[in-house]
Design a protein around this ligand. Sequence first.
Ligand SMILES: [Cu+2]
Length: 179
Amino acid sequence: MGIPCIFHVKFPLSSLLGPEPSKRSEVYTVGDEEEWNADADFVSWSQKYKFSVGDVLRFTYVKGQHNAYEVTEDTYRSCNVSSGVLAKYESGNDQIKLKQAKKYWFICNVPGHCLGGMRFSIDVKEASATSGANSTSATITPPPESSSPLNSCKSYAPAVRWSMGINLMAFGILVRLYF
Ligand SMILES: [Cu+2]
């Protein structure tokens, strides 16, 4: 048989480990289901979420049809990439970790796309700044376990098992003392 039942007791792990160092990082696909393309409204998309340091932006598109440039605010406004390009991503599946608490600006540098609406900015906050809103969802979920050993445990409440054990021990001591 597998592990004794007691190991299946689900502790809220966060209470054992203390406060989480930071919230779990999220991966945001730019444009959600519409992805990174010329038709989606990325200003609306960028306002739907609260981005924190450690989160990841994911640009998905057909390679060669678009790209994703991280740029300065001026370049974001002008769509002129003769200066102000901070990073270029062109793989079609670009994952960009948001490492700093700052404003990020992204554009597509395929001709016409930036002016046509493929651009947005996001304001990335320190992860701790949003911990109040996110701490409740940050408890660690235990990994899924096979159900068969669990089922055999269901009828035993662990607290009952413990107190039974203690009672038996106490009884044993009593027996030794008096007999
Ligand atoms: Cu484009």
